[in-house]
Ligand binder design. Structure first.
Ligand SMILES: [Zn+2]
Length: 87
């Protein structure tokens, strides 16, 4: 039983490492933090499906955006298109 647990922990650790901060490009252009000029980001998704959007009849905006969080200063950039990890 304990072997299974340690395997799982190892797996999670490797997964985190693989999904750690990296360099990205959007529309073929390298993403650089506008605040601190860093080039390492954490990638994530943000759901834009909010009741506020629906209230303003902006349902076309109801989809998920891709967000890149600067690994150094935490500045968040939003992309409505796919960003590509390059490193
Ligand atoms: Zn930054």
């Amino acid at each position: 039983m304990s072997e299974h647990k340690s395997f799982f922990r190892l797996f999670v650790k490797n997964l985190k490492k693989a999904m750690g901060p990296g360099q990205y490009e959007a529309h073929g252009i390298r993403v650089i933090c506008p605040h601190c000029n860093h080039n390492q980001f954490d990638h994530g998704y943000a759901q834009l499906n909010t009741s506020l959007m629906t209230f303003f009849n902006l349902d076309f905006a109801n989809r998920s955006a891709e967000i890149l969080t600067c690994d150094r200063c935490g500045y968040i950039q939003w992309f409505n298109k796919t960003v590509k990890r390059i490193k």
